[in-house]
Design a protein around this ligand. Structure first.
Ligand code: 5GP
Ligand code: ZN
Length: 149
């Protein structure tokens, strides 16, 4: 068994509140969210830092982060925007040595709540939060279907 916690989450061997999954990527709620809906997108194949990450996989990871940012705007979380952040390497305060992209929902005027979230890192009803984001993904897919119809 790998000692990488994100590899174990990707393999379904460690618990996580998953939001999205396909053959190459997985997205799940951060266990210590800065804001409600704070999600991590990871490649399933282990890469410690950007140095080890296949460029196409990196592009797919960003694409998934991009869609999640759109989904949380459409979800009942009603985000107005998002911070997409990737801490690359311990010099950049990366704490989990498996590449991951943070998608952190933001709202207009949330400066104090966001600052408190940075300090407290408290979970917010993970199951209902995950369902809300999945609802946003479904809304985005319905929009896409409408555009291609
Ligand atoms: P970093 O500082 O490496 O960019 O961020 C790592 C993130 O992973 C942190 O926000 C932390 O809360 C989250 N994290 C660490 N261990 C776990 C875990 O076992 N499960 C989940 N869901 N998130 C984790
Ligand atoms: Zn890993």
């Amino acid at each position: 068994m790998t000692d990488c916690v994100f590899c174990r989450i990707a393999a379904g061997e460690a618990p996580a509140t998953k939001i999205y999954e396909d053959d190459t990527l997985c997205a799940f709620l951060d266990i210590r969210p800065i804001a409600r809906g704070h999600t991590l997108v990871i490649p399933k194949r282990h890469a410690t830092e950007l140095e080890d990450l296949d460029a196409d996989l990196g592009a797919q990871m960003f694409r998934a982060g991009h869609r999640l940012a759109l989904a949380i705007r459409r979800s009942s979380l009603s985000a107005d925007g998002a911070n997409l952040v990737l801490n690359d390497g311990t010099a950049a305060f990366q704490t989990v040595p498996h590449v991951h992209l943070h998608v952190i929902p933001r709202n207009h005027g949330d400066k104090l709540r966001f600052a408190a979230g940075l300090l407290l890192r408290r979970p917010h009803e993970p199951m209902t939060t995950a369902e809300a984001i999945k609802g946003g993904i479904a809304a985005l897919e319905a929009e896409d279907e409408g555009k291609s119809a």
